[in-house]
Ligand binder design. Sequence first.
Ligand code: ZN
Length: 198
Amino acid sequence: MDYYGSQLTRLIEQLSSLPGIGGKTAQRLAFHIVNMPKERVKQLSDAITDAREHICYCKNCFTLTDQEICPICSNPDRDRKTIMVVENSRDLAAYEKTGKYRGVYHVLQGAISPMLGIGPGDIKLKELMQRLQEDVNEVIIATGSSLEGETTAMYISKLIKPTGIRVTRIASGVPVGGDLEYIDEVTLLRALDGRVEL
Ligand code: ZN
């Protein structure tokens, strides 16, 4: 039923199509937005459009960035010989927040999931193997502890083993199925420090 007129209904529909936003929240946000000063609304919509327009994958590590090479990859102080493999840019952000990791990353942009039909060719795995042609000492596999994360970790370790490069896995203790981004920094650091050889 269209109680609000089509413009407001359209806004509510658009907002409620976003992940984690239910009908009630969408309504609350929509009312908030239509009461905001027009200038603020423009800033918000510009930020959305600009982000979508300019964000791309880093050519080196495949994290989301608005530069060809992301700030982490282009930072000369980072240790390029240690590569931490994560599923997505949110996980990278979680490790960056600890401020303790000095290596670089490789963002798979997904995880292997036979159930969802996501195979090794659907994530940035080939790109990881290409990076290993350079001088690399250690690959830390920090995919999640979900079934997909574990499957991916196992697959990667099997691929890398023959190259002789050290492969480690972050310690378990990261809650099963838990998204890395929701885990506190102490737990993340403990998982990193307690990593085990694969
Ligand atoms: Zn990068």
